[in-house]
Structures are given as structure tokens and as C-alpha cells.
Design a protein around this ligand. Structure first.
Ligand code: HEM
Length: 221
């Protein structure tokens, strides 16, 4: 695609800056949640920490490693990137399932009703969705099992539904921060700053995926 020189460099520069910001935000948010919840001090403390680790840090890294501007393994082959992607996504899924099991167990032990809040409902859908997405991702490792669709189509469907999964994850993080527990623990400007993290992550990754990946795939026959 021919793009005028200076505009192209400005565009690449902005995308690199946004990608770097996403790396830092994903890490800062996970550390912040870790500092607030102090994982290990109670059974509940593991839930927000594991969910932040899964969605804000690991999943963000798993997606950004395909970015042509801000991948931490930019110079590595496509094969290494794909392998790292599914290892990280697998790890994120394990953390999310553990996080769900822990909060469900904690509620059961405290005799509290399950899935009664928007956060609980959207969170449940998110975890089920990313489990299905991981199973779907396996069809890309063994494309011969899915003869109905071409590999290009499978990749496009995987990237599109992956973006939906990531946005669901960011929504669950946001709703988690609206919970009574979090709003009582983190107040004032810190609460607003924490809220900005998943919003900015969602915007940056949506832009990176639609511009760099989905557009290219759409153009393929
Ligand atoms: C993508 C990330 C997250 C997912 C998928 C998720 C999922 C869930 C689910 C399914 C429940 C309900 C469990 C049940 O009713 O048995 C729940 C409860 C809870 N979560 Fe999360 N969670 C996430 C992140 C967070 C974060 C970051 C926080 C805190 C900042 C948090 C705080 C809570 C609290 C306080 C509850 C108990 C109250 C309620 O049910 O709303 N969660 N979560």
C-alpha cells in the first residue's frame, strides 16, 4: 500500500507510541491490582489479581506480539510468534478459569448467591467465551480438520472473534472496578486512573488489530 512518506512515518510513530503505552498500561494495571489486593492474604484476593494478569497483561502481550511496530519479539520468525501467541493465550485462559473457580468457591464458602451482578454475569460470559476461542484457535493449528473454510478465512474469523473476547475482558475488568468492594477500597483520582487502563487498552488494541491485521486479511482472496 503506497502511503505518502511523512504521513506514513507519523502514522507508524503514533502506532508505536500507542503500542508501547499499551505494554506499560497492561503491566502497570496488573501491578496496581496486585498492590491493592495483596494476592495470598485471602482467597478472594486471588480473583482480581488473576483476572488482571490474564486479561490486562498476558492477553495484551499475546496480541501485541503480532504488532509490526511494538512487538517485543519483532525480529523473530512468524512461527515463533504464533507459538508464543498460543502459549500465552493458553496461560491467560488457565488464569481466567482459576480466577472464576476462586471467586465461585469464595462465594460458596460465604453462602453468597452466584452471578447476581452485571460484573458476575459479563465475567462468566467472558470466561466461557475465551475458552471457546481457545478451542477455535486450535483449528488454526490443525486447519485440515476445518476443510469447510480456507486458512485465510479461519484466520480472519479467529482475529475478529479474538477482538470480541478481548473487549469482553476489558468490559469485565471495568465492571469489576465498579463493584462495591473496589469502590470502597480504591477512591478518588486513583479509581478514575484505574478505570482509564482497560478503556485505553481496548482502544489501542482495537486500533492495532483492525488496522494492521484485519484490514490485511480482508484484502486477501
Ligand atoms: C476480566 C476480568 C474478570 C472476570 C472475567 C471476572 C469474573 C467474575 C465473575 C464470573 C464473578 C461472579 C462469581 C459468582 O457469582 O460466583 C465475579 C465476582 C466478583 N469480581 Fe470479578 N472478574 C474479573 C475481574 C475483576 C476485577 C479486576 C475485580 C476487582 C477490581 C473483580 C472483583 C469482583 C468482585 C468484588 C466480585 C464479587 C461481587 C460480584 O459478584 O459482583 N473482578 N467476577
Amino acid at each position: 500500500m503506497a502511503e505518502p512518506g511523512s504521513e506514513f512515518w507519523l502514522y507508524r510513530g503514533l502506532r508505536k507510541a500507542a503500542g508501547t503505552a499499551a505494554h506499560l498500561l497492561g503491566l502497570a494495571f496488573t501491578i496496581g491490582i496486585g498492590v491493592v489486593t495483596k494476592p495470598g492474604t485471602s482467597l478472594f484476593s486471588w480473583h482480581p489479581f488473576l483476572m488482571a494478569l490474564a486479561f490486562s497483561f498476558i492477553m495484551t502481550q499475546a496480541i501485541l506480539l503480532f504488532s509490526p511496530e511494538s512487538s517485543p519479539i519483532l525480529s523473530y520468525s512468524r512461527k515463533v510468534k504464533v507459538r508464543s501467541h498460543w502459549v500465552l493465550q493458553g496461560l491467560a485462559t488457565v488464569c481466567a478459569v482459576l480466577g472464576l473457580a476462586i471467586i465461585s468457591c469464595n462465594k460458596y464458602l460465604n453462602d453468597k448467591p452466584h452471578f447476581t451482578s452485571w460484573h458476575g454475569l459479563v465475567g462468566l460470559v467472558t470466561v466461557l467465551y475465551i475458552c471457546m476461542q481457545s478451542v477455535g484457535g486450535m483449528s488454526l493449528l490443525y486447519p485440515k480438520l476445518m476443510r469447510k473454510w480456507s486458512l485465510a478465512k479461519l484466520k480472519l474469523y479467529h482475529a475478529t472473534s479474538g477482538l470480541v473476547g478481548y473487549l469482553l475482558g476489558c468490559s469485565s475488568l471495568l465492571l469489576g472496578m465498579c463493584s462495591v468492594w473496589f469502590t470502597e477500597t480504591v477512591t478518588g483520582i486513583s479509581w478514575y486512573l484505574a478505570l482509564c487502563c482497560p478503556v485505553l487498552l481496548a482502544l489501542v488494541l482495537m486500533n492495532q488489530m483492525t488496522n494492521a491485521y484485519l484490514k490485511k486479511k480482508r484484502m486477501q482472496p
